[in-house]
Design a protein around this ligand. Structure first.
Ligand SMILES: [Zn+2]
Length: 447
């Protein structure tokens, strides 16, 4: 048995009281004790002196498009629809190598900002480019991050009234077969699972009504979760009203897409009725404030969603609409955006930390396994340095959320060290070089 004892730390377990000077004991992949003062008789163990550090659950990223690492910095001043129509043709050139290298870079970057579990929503599958789903799974295994890849899809091209060009959409039956094959090959429902697959048609404006319905049926038959983009911009609301004569929220409700097994990306333009329905059904929202700000989409009503009781997590979204965004930074963005719109009591530092941890875990249906520091849970733990300059901030949780992301002293996934003193320990590959390689292969040299 491997035992790790983290001591002398400020512990923010997210559920239960904070411990200003406490310990955390880990045995193999589980947390076995959390308490004040030194650990009682820990026996043989790796001892970590976390003086000057804040210990939190590892962060959970609930929305991403890892392949977009290769197309950052483009269409800087575009709306979502302008940005998408500009990028689709470039994305049509991806292959397994680009997807793998971009995923190594994106996941490495996430780990360095305290993330222990990430989703990915991959929905571009050009024909004959290798096994793109396997390429990103391989990257996540190399880095040892807990991974929830969502098999995305698009089947409604321009000739059917959708937004993407016809060349990059797939046939509905092929999509459903490939999605089921991905679930059969990779999905692990066990408690300590490192990989769970979700079914994730891309959005109401790139997917047919039939594929939306069939996807929900497939996910429920296989016992996996459902994910898509929803209510991201007012252009989407207009599109839904024109094409379906209802709002995006009403459309998904009509298709049976609300429930405790569903989480939507964005949910920026939700109506009061949507928020009530989300809360009543346990439907989650992946809040992506940097991306929403970058694209000028508006900002989600996070305070209202939380007050109603809907699960809310955080997401960095694809790097092409949130260049180099760290997941820890999304806690700060969430807090500042809510306050900018609704005043200084709209979201607290502790609520922002909960969005980044337990809220995200709940969106992924893993609230019993990760998202808090409690005995019996998986040892996904972030140890942040809040000494040095940050020691001048009275409250370590305030230093983490209000300030720029602190350095990660230690990051454990299932008790295994992934980051130590700000460096990745699970891979000898250089994620930054992998990211640059992906960009060069897809878009060529820097313009
Ligand atoms: Zn997205």
């Amino acid at each position: 048995m491997t035992r790790i004892v983290i001591e002398n730390a400020h512990i923010a377990p997210v559920r239960g009281p904070e411990i200003p000077d406490g310990h955390l004991v880990i045995e193999d992949d589980r947390i076995t004790a959390v308490g004040p003062g030194p650990a009682p008789d820990p026996g043989p163990a790796r001892r970590v002196d976390a003086s000057g550090c804040l210990v939190t659950p590892g962060l959970v990223n609930t929305h991403h498009h890892l392949y977009q690492w290769a197309t950052q910095g483009l269409y800087q001043d575009a709306t979502l629809f302008e940005w998408l129509t500009g990028l689709y043709d470039t994305w049509a050139g991806i292959d397994a190598e680009v997807v793998h290298d971009a995923a190594v870079a994106g996941l490495g970057w996430l780990a360095l900002s305290g993330c222990t579990t990430s989703t990915d929503h991959h929905y571009v599958f050009p024909k004959g480019r290798g096994d793109l789903f396997d390429a990103e799974v391989t990257a996540a295994r190399e880095l040892h991050l807990r991974f929830h890849p969502c098999r995305g899809s698009m089947d409604r091209g321009r000739s059917d009234g959708g937004l993407p060009p016809d060349e990059i959409v797939e046939d509905r039956d092929e999509i459903l077969a490939a999605t089921e094959a991905a679930i059969d090959a990779y999905h692990d429902p066990s408690f300590s699972s490192m990989l769970r697959v979700a079914v994730a048609p891309c959005s109401p404006f790139s997917v047919s009504e039939g594929l939306m319905s069939d996807s929900a049926a497939l996910a429920r038959r296989k016992g996996v979760r459902l994910h898509t983009h929803l209510a991201e911009t007012l252009d989407e609301e207009e599109h839904c009203r024109e094409q379906f004569a209802c709002t995006p929220g009403e459309y998904m409700d009509k298709l049976g897409w609300l429930g405790p097994d569903v989480w939507f990306a964005h949910g920026v333009h939700l109506h009061d009725a949507d928020i009530r329905r989300f809360a009543a059904t346990g439907t989650g929202v992946a809040h992506c404030p940097t991306s929403n700000g970058r694209l000028g989409a508006g900002i989600a009503r996070v305070g209202d969603l939380l007050a109603a009781g809907a699960p809310v997590g955080l997401g960095v979204d694809g790097a092409a609409s949130s260049e180099l965004t760290s997941l820890a930074g999304e806690m700060r963005q969430a807090l500042l955006f809510q306050r900018a719109v609704r005043g200084p009591r709209a979201l607290t530092a502790r609520q922002a930390l909960e969005l980044g941890t337990l809220g995200g875990a709940t969106c992924l249906g893993r609230q019993d396994e990760i998202g808090t520091l409690e005995p019996g849970k998986l040892a996904d733990v972030a140890v942040w340095r809040v000494d040095g300059y940050r020691a001048a901030v009275e409250d370590p949780v305030c230093a983490l959320v209000f300030g720029p992301a602190p350095p990660v002293e230690l990051l454990l996934v299932g008790g295994r060290t992934v980051v130590e003193r700000g460096e990745l320990r699970t891979t000898s590959a250089d994620p930054a070089r992998a990211g640059e390689r992906a960009r060069r292969r897809l878009v060529g040299g820097r313009a």
